[in-house]
Design a protein around this ligand. Structure first.
Ligand SMILES: *Cc1c(COP(=O)(O)O)cnc(C)c1O
Length: 394
């Protein structure tokens, strides 16, 4: 185990297998946010934009994220939500390929990524088309009609991992722009974004980066193209000189042009503190430990619970940092698990999903979680009607 468990506030008796959806609270984060609220906002008022350097926080945090995804300092901007960042990347990418009308994604992509594409297509009203083949058919669907290939590297439901290098090369060979969504990659596995040569990447920070609910998203633009990136959401903080208050827009000469409006300072301060847990951590060590945890979980669950079916790739190299099992009905099983101290989540229609984050999960936790699942399945505890009431968030 990587000796990091004590860096998180984890409730006693809980095995947390949902850090892929909302990372836990890192210990220094609360104190940092309190300082931002009371001393900086409370004490300094508007002066804090300068005295506490709030204005540089988005770049500072962006540089720290860049270090975790194989990107150069200065190439990552933070703010807004991932849905917004998907829209920005897509709009900018389409501008780079006038004459081509196809956005290629896959039907396993997270719905909001597809919805943002559909919304943009409607707004543009210029004959654009979204194609969503099955994930395994995407590479073959890259043709010279495609303007943009937009994929999420790790499938949120199954954990299936796209080959970032191979697909980016194929997209470029066909003349398309490549956008990677790293929502389930950042902090989960090593990513060589600069090495992939993709034009854009986006991601969120409340999953494996533990930035807290509603933490700001990030967007990367390849440094050599950034000056040609046309911002669809031309906000004042993406302007070259926001405080010149020029009525005409002229974008910053860096990824900063993909900023929109006022940064979420309290959330950014939480995220900045949360990123401290990565100091001195190697993503390849994290990946090796994550694979061990996932392999143990699969072996233990398959030995104990023959009624569930693995819904993630069996080959660890084809999988992100999560393991999914299909079972009908999965929802009450997950509720029973949560009631017994094992927090995972459910994704419709029948997927029980478990994230493995070696910073705070060890082999003993994994075996204990499998034992509890076995009890719930073999004793039919999930059949209790109280586990069948569906909440707003699953
Ligand atoms: C989690 C996730 C999102 C969420 O988007 P928000 O705008 O932050 O709500 C989007 N896309 C993918 C691929 C995700 O995994």
């Amino acid at each position: 185990m990587l000796p990091r468990k004590d860096l998180f506030e984890l409730p006693e008796g809980v095995i947390y297998l949902d850090g892929n959806s909302l990372g836990p609270l890192p210990k220094g984060a609360q104190e940092r946010a309190m300082r931002t609220i009371s001393q900086e906002w409370g004490g300094e008022l508007i002066r804090a934009w300068n005295s506490a350097d709030w204005m540089s926080l988005p770049q500072k945090v962006g540089d720290r994220i860049a270090g975790l995804i194989g990107a150069a300092p200065g190439s990552v901007a933070t703010g807004d939500t991932l849905s917004i960042k998907v829209y920005q990347a897509l709009a900018a990418a389409l501008k780079m390929r006038p004459g081509r009308k196809v956005i290629l994604s896959d039907k396993g992509n997270f719905p909001t990524d597809l919805y943002m594409a559909q919304g943009l297509i409607k707004t543009l009203d210029a004959g654009y088309e979204l194609r969503t083949p099955a994930p395994e058919d995407v590479a073959d669907a890259i043709t010279d009609e495609v303007a943009v290939v937009m994929l999420t590297q790790v499938d949120y439901r199954s954990g299936r991992l796209h080959d970032m290098q191979a697909i980016t090369e194929k997209a470029h060979a066909a003349g398309a722009v490549m956008i990677w969504d790293l929502a389930h990659s950042a902090g989960a596995l090593p990513v060589d974004l600069a090495g992939s040569n993709a034009e854009f990447a986006v991601g969120c920070t409340y999953k494996y980066l533990n930035g807290g609910p509603g933490a700001p998203a990030f967007i990367y633009a390849r440094p050599d193209i950034v000056e040609d990136v046309e911002p669809a959401l031309a906000g004042w903080l993406g302007h070259a000189a926001p405080f010149a208050m020029d009525p005409a827009y002229s974008p910053a000469m860096s990824t900063e042009r993909l900023r929109v409006g006022t940064p979420p300072v309290v959330q950014l301060s939480l995220l900045d503190a949360a990123l401290d847990v990565w100091d001195g951590v190697s993503l390849s060590d994290i990946r090796a430990a994550s694979i061990d945890l996932c392999e143990t979980f699969i072996a233990e669950v398959e030995a104990r619970c023959p009624m569930v079916t693995l819904a993630s790739p069996r080959d660890a190299q084809q999988r992100g940092s999560q393991v999914s099992f299909a079972f009908d009905p999965g929802y009450p099983v997950v509720q029973a698990l949560i009631d017994h101290g094992v927090i995972g989540d459910f994704r419709a229609p029948n997927i029980m999903r478990f994230g493995f984050t070696p910073l705070y999960i060890d082999q003993a936790d994994v075996i204990r979680a499998a034992e509890i699942l076995e009890t719930i399945m073999t004793e039919g505890l999930w059949k209790d009607p109280k586990y069948h009431q569906v909440s707003k968030v699953t």
